[in-house]
Design a binder for this molecule. Structure first.
Ligand code: F6P
Length: 749
């Protein structure tokens, strides 16, 4: 747009220069013509009057002269006239001129008499319009000598202001014309660019994008455009080829569904959902949106939030092309949605629709910061941070759950038996609200965080309402069997409900909810290809980060007190104390994505981590080396993948975690089958990833020893462990997770 505006500005500037030079010419000509005309009229009039006035210029008949002057003064644009004797005395003067006569006009008369030559001059008296004065000398002849001498002068004063007015008028008219022309020209250029260039290019891009993403199966109509016809033909052919290739891939994936040992891919999930859902729509609801649009310096960009839930659900939505409803929290989110608050995402390669729900500041504070993150989050994580439950937060939580319920119900209004997948602890009340209004909808809720033991859950004043809301779902999913057990136990303690421990089902008010573990995962297969080992130069990458150590450790977390970052740092301190030979040889990179910063527990926690980093660095630093590189900022998947590839060891030391996908992402990045994972026994992932070094993050010595063990592990041992870990994540990737969840839901009917 900037370039188009610059081009328009240049064209308008050129047109303006042309118009201005023509106007200068026109104004000069007009001024010249009017001046000549005025001079000519003045001299003709003076000559005519001179004949009748000259005989009386000796001062003998002043009354007659005055009558003559008065009579002659009545002419258009003539201010007046006056007759002077040769001593510069006024013999006769018209009444209007007597008011206007200035010293400079009188001086001019004297000059004319001295030179004995008629002359004219423009004068600009103060406070009055420009005038033109013209004077002719009058003569008398000596009767005796017959000699002619100057006896006086006739002065005419003409109004000359109209010449300037005419010139100004020319400028005014031409400038108005220029303005109108510039507006019309700019409009015409914009229209031409839009119709002839922008629209066809936009259609071409859209067609290519649709062809690439499989939307509309490459059938976008491109129409005929003279300029772009060859390009359009080419794009149409590419679209066709892509559609054919996709059809073949889809047929192959269908065949693979039959073969149980083949890997789960997005294509396989797509075919699977087609097969299982038979045209039923999938709607995902979460608080956190998969893409946030942000405005920085006038430019709108987007980012993917640091969220395990987003990491897991986004690839499924790409594969299933459903609708995702989430809170619009980016500062430019409103600028990119359509009238229904929807936007197609991923922004560069649209595959599914994101519908944004807007929340007020109060709602966000009460529902998100307060009840969800100061209440349920610490309650479920049992990480020794006191849960805070406030009545006003609970009210906002109920209100926002209701708001999302209304949005979901509106969206599924015309869907037949839709599948609604609710994500996380922000929406415990939503399943009941949806199920009550749409009993035909298949409702599932997946709880991405741990579920505490029944005694711990008693802290929540609204525990019964939360449980009842969740039990509106047909399927309630957790990451681990332990969390399912805790949930069933909690229901048994809190509600009147029928519990079937054989099928892990709860019957309440005639409705049955099944409770099942689904250990969430990551895409694995496809994403690894974005950065191959050949592309990656570890030394160069670390050098760019200012690291020259032989060994590198990495930690990647949201800045959250459940992630065990201070405990990890203590472990590193212990390691360096015990094994000082690693000083200057080992650097630990801690990436911390700022999170929930308006909650005081989080800002205090951020300060605590920073102080701890500083303390340990000051304790060990030698010349340019320091043991910990702390980077507090959001990173893209691509950047983090590089860090994982560069690390000898990755530390995941959560004090309590539903699953922890950082552990799985590290494994995915290690296509070189190298690197060691240190994993907390309190992260859900530890149940699957047995070949990591499993530690208790509260045991500083154990964490420190694990760091040493990982750095000194035999290469063959490292590779053996990493291979097994990769097999596990590859085999149970997020596509399989999603297929299991959907299959379970459909089978419940
Ligand atoms: O992974 C658990 C989770 O609560 C997600 O649901 C959430 O998106 C993520 O942590 C990050 O938290 P937030 O969305 O509050 O930034």
């Amino acid at each position: 747009m900037k370039q188009i505006l610059s081009a328009i500005a240049i064209i308008v500037l050129i047109v303006s220069l042309v118009v201005i030079s023509f106007t200068i010419q026109q104004a000069n000509d007009e001024q010249k013509n009017l001046t000549l005309d005025l001079q000519h009229r003045s001299s003709t009039l003076a000559d005519n009057l001179k004949t009748s006035i000259e005989p009386y210029s000796n001062g003998d008949s002043n009354d007659y002269l005055q009558t003559l002057v008065d009579k002659s003064a009545d002419k258009e644009r003539l201010i007046g006239l006056a007759v002077f004797d040769n001593k510069d005395n006024i013999l006769a003067i018209s009444s209007d001129l007597s008011k206007e006569l200035t010293v400079s006009s009188q001086l001019f008369v004297a000059t004319v008499m001295d030179s004995d030559n008629a002359d004219g001059e423009f004068l600009s008296p103060k406070d009055s319009q420009k005038v033109y004065v013209f004077a002719v000398p009058l003569h008398t002849t000596d009767q005796t000598t017959g000699k002619e001498s100057v006896s006086g002068s006739l002065l005419l004063m003409q109004n000359a202001g109209y010449i300037d007015t005419a010139v100004i008028e020319i400028w005014k008219n031409n400038m108005i014309r220029l303005l109108v022309q510039a507006i019309l020209l700019a409009g015409a250029i914009l229209l031409i660019i839009r119709w002839l260039i922008y629209q066809p290019i936009f259609n071409l891009v859209q067609a290519m994008r649709n062809a690439r993403s499989g939307l509309e199966n490459g059938k976008t109509k491109l129409g005929n455009h003279f300029f772009f016809q060859p390009l359009i033909n080419e794009v149409t052919n590419i679209s066709k080829s892509l559609t054919e290739a996709r059809t073949i891939a889809s047929q192959e994936a269908r065949l693979r569904i039959q073969k149980l040992d083949s890997p789960w891919t997005s294509q396989r999930l797509k075919e699977f959902t087609k097969d299982v859902l038979k045209g039923r729509n999938i709607v995902v609801v979460s608080n956190r949106e998969p893409y946030m649009h942000e405005k920085h310096g006038g430019r709108i960009t987007y980012l993917q939030p640091a969220s395990g839930m987003v990491t897991a659900i986004e690839p499924i939505m790409r594969a299933c092309e459903g609708l995702w409803i989430a809170h619009g929290s980016g500062n430019a989110d409103k600028l990119v949605v359509d009238k229904d608050d929807k936007v197609n995402v991923p922004p560069d390669e649209p595959k599914y629709t994101l519908k944004r729900v807007w929340l007020t500041k109060e709602e966000e504070k009460g529902y998100y910061e307060g009840f969800s993150n100061e209440g349920i989050w610490p309650l479920c994580h049992t990480a020794h941070t006191r849960p805070v439950f406030r009545k006003e937060d609970w009210e906002e939580y109920q209100k926002v759950n209701g708001k999302f319920a209304q949005t979901v119900l509106k969206e599924i209004k015309n869907m037949h038996k839709p599948i609604v997948l609710i994500q996380d602890y922000h929406f415990a009340l939503l399943p009941r609200m949806i199920k009550n209004a749409r009993p035909d909808a298949m409702v599932g809720i997946f709880w991405h965080i741990p579920w505490p033991h029944a005694e711990g859950f008693k802290i929540c004043p609204w525990r019964k309402e939360i449980l009842d809301g969740m039990l509106g779902a047909d399927l309630i999913g957790f990451h681990t069997q332990l969390h399912c057990n805790n949930f069933i136990d909690t229901v048994g303690h809190e509600l009147e409900a029928l519990i079937d421990l054989e099928t892990f089902a709860v019957q309440k008010g005639g409705h049955v909810s099944y409770i099942k573990p689904f250990p969430i995962s990551i895409p694995f297969l496809e994403e690894t290809s974005s950065l191959t080992d050949d592309d990656f130069d570890k030394k160069e990458f670390l050098k760019d980060m200012g690291i020259s150590s032989e060994f590198v450790g990495v930690g990647v977390d949201r800045l959250d007190y459940t992630k065990g970052i201070p405990e990890r740092l203590l472990g590193i301190e212990y390691f360096l104390d015990q094994y000082p030979q690693y000083k200057e040889k080992f650097t630990f990179i801690q990436i911390a994505a700022p999170s929930r910063t308006s909650i005081s527990e989080y800002s205090q926690f951020g300060e605590k981590v920073e102080k701890e980093v500083e303390r340990i660095n000051n304790k060990f630093k030698i010349k340019h080396w320091k043991p910990i590189l702390y980077i507090k900022k959001h990173h893209t998947h691509e950047e983090i993948t590089k860090l994982y590839k560069a690390a000898d060891v990755c530390l995941v030391t959560s004090l309590h975690d539903g699953m922890n996908l950082v552990a799985k992402e590290f494994i995915m990045a290690r296509s070189d089958e190298n690197g060691v994972l240190i994993l907390s026994q309190f992260a859900g992932a530890s149940g699957e990833l047995k070949d990591a070094i499993i530690v208790n993050p509260y045991n500083t010595e154990q964490v420190g020893e694990a760091v040493r063990q990982s750095l000194e592990m035999m290469q063959s041992e490292k590779m053996k462990r990493m291979k097994k870990l990769r097999d596990i994540v590859k085999n149970y990737n997020v596509y399989r997770w999603s297929a299991d969840l959907l299959k379970e839901m459909v089978n419940l009917e």
